[in-house]
Design a protein around this ligand. Structure first.
Ligand code: AMP
Length: 402
């Protein structure tokens, strides 16, 4: 997949109607936005389009209205908040059908530099099916399309793919550009040594990621719940630890693949064990640390051990590029977060380019206070995983090449 995409810096939008797909999927509580991060993150692209004299028409989905206008998932509160953040009016086009009389009139009346926000694109059932009619309606509103919503880039919907195919110019915004630069280019063309770290609950969730990263990286580090299936594949007793029995052969294949490719595949050499899974998840638990081949039959591994944490931190020290997806243990519990903290700390301390996949890993890094020490924290969970799998992302592919 070409990752050399036309960006908002490469186009001239003066006097043109620009439809900009943003990620305004913000958390709402009784109509009040509880976290405005996604809105502030969208501002640089919006401001650039305003400064260039475009007529800026914003659109996004919010939650899952499943093709019906649900008032509690209206983007009206986003328009109000964005007006505040931008310091200029963001006119809200309240059409249940998204592209309706209000949207058309509002766009018709726009002057250069004005901003309009359309209603939740998922009010339309065609949106998530990439239906042609809705894509055409969106395209009829604009001359140029800009996609700045990475979170949905792994999906082909009307508002990110359908519409892009119907306009002459489809570019990416700054947020998308940053995701492409870090996740795409770093993985496809990394400065070496390239160390990839994978954790999280299950091997099955990350089959393709493991396989693809093994080809691209120099060292692949495995931690978290998925490590125990690898340890079982090595013939170790893993007690009552999390295991994907159906994936044992797959783990063996991956170990063979690493050997054939001459790649280092690091597995935990020791592990933090408990009698039971903590309930609630942050309850106090009694732990001990044993070598990975000495897990008693009635105990479960819930974090990497201290020697492993050192081994992994050392591997990170020698890297020039590090990609991390998935916690090393049950990080929600402070007693079982030590391995994840040690790895996060090693990433925070290195000069290497450090890239955190979205979802749980991003949450873990932020929650542990290391967020601002990373080169890039992806904003898309599913989309970042698919990038790491080496898949073509429809939302990225739909943008014009430079
Ligand atoms: P994922 O969504 O695949 O990234 O998995 C994240 C979840 O994996 C977190 O909620 C962790 O608590 C959980 N996890 C990490 N290590 C283990 C483990 N050894 N056993 C069970 N769950 C784990």
């Amino acid at each position: 997949m070409s990752l050399n995409k036309k960006s908002v810096d490469d186009i001239n939008v003066k006097g043109l109607r620009v439809l900009c797909r943003c990620d305004f999927n913000v958390p709402l509580k009784e109509g009040v936005i509880t976290d405005t991060n996604r809105l502030t993150a969208a501002l640089p692209t919006i401001k650039k389009l305003i400064a260039d004299g475009g007529k800026v028409i914003l659109c996004s989905h919010l939650g899952k209205p499943k093709g019906e206008p649900k008032p509690e998932l209206s983007l009206a509160p986003v328009a109000a908040k964005l007006s505040e953040l931008l310091g200029q009016e963001v006119k809200f086009a309240a059409d249940a059908e998204v592209v309706g009389p209000n949207a058309k009139a509002a766009v018709e009346a726009m002057k250069d530099g004005d901003v309009v926000l359309l209603e939740n694109t998922r009010y339309r059932a065609e949106e998530t099916k990439n239906g042609e009619a809705f894509s055409k309606e969106l395209a009829s509103l604009c001359d140029v399309f800009v996609n700045d919503a990475f979170g949905t880039a792994h999906r082909a919907h009307c508002s990110n793919v359908g519409v892009a195919e119907l306009v002459d110019t489809a570019a990416v915004g700054y947020l998308m550009q940053k995701e492409i630069d870090f996740l795409g280019n770093a993985v496809e063309n990394p400065v070496r040594p390239f160390v990839a770290i994978l954790g999280g609950a299950k091997v099955a969730d990350k089959l393709n990621v493991i396989s693809n990263l093994l080809e691209k990286c120099d060292t692949l580090i495995i931690g978290g719940g998925m490590a125990y299936t690898f340890l079982k594949a090595k013939g170790y007793e893993i007690g009552t630890s999390l295991v994907d029995d159906e994936k044992i052969d797959y783990c063996k294949e991956m170990m063979d693949k690493a050997e054939k490719l001459g790649k280092k595949l690091l597995l935990p050499i020791d592990t933090t064990i408990t009698k039971e899974f903590p309930n609630p998840i942050d309850a106090e638990v009694a732990i001990s640390v044993v070598d990975s081949d000495k897990i008693p039959a009635d105990m479960m591994g819930l974090d990497i051990g201290t020697k492993t944490a050192e081994l992994y931190a050392d591997a990170v020290k020698s890297a020039k590029t590090v990609v991390w997806n998935g916690p090393m243990g049950v990080f929600e519990n402070p007693i079982l977060a030590k391995g994840t903290i040690a790895v996060a700390k090693s990433l925070a301390e290195t000069d290497a380019t450090t890239i955190i996949g979205g979802g749980d890993s991003a949450a873990a890094v932020n929650q542990l206070g290391f967020g601002d020490k990373m080169s890039h924290i992806s904003t898309g969970g599913g989309a970042s995983l698919e990038f790491l799998e080496g898949k073509e992302l429809p939302g990225v592919a739909a943008a014009n090449d430079k």
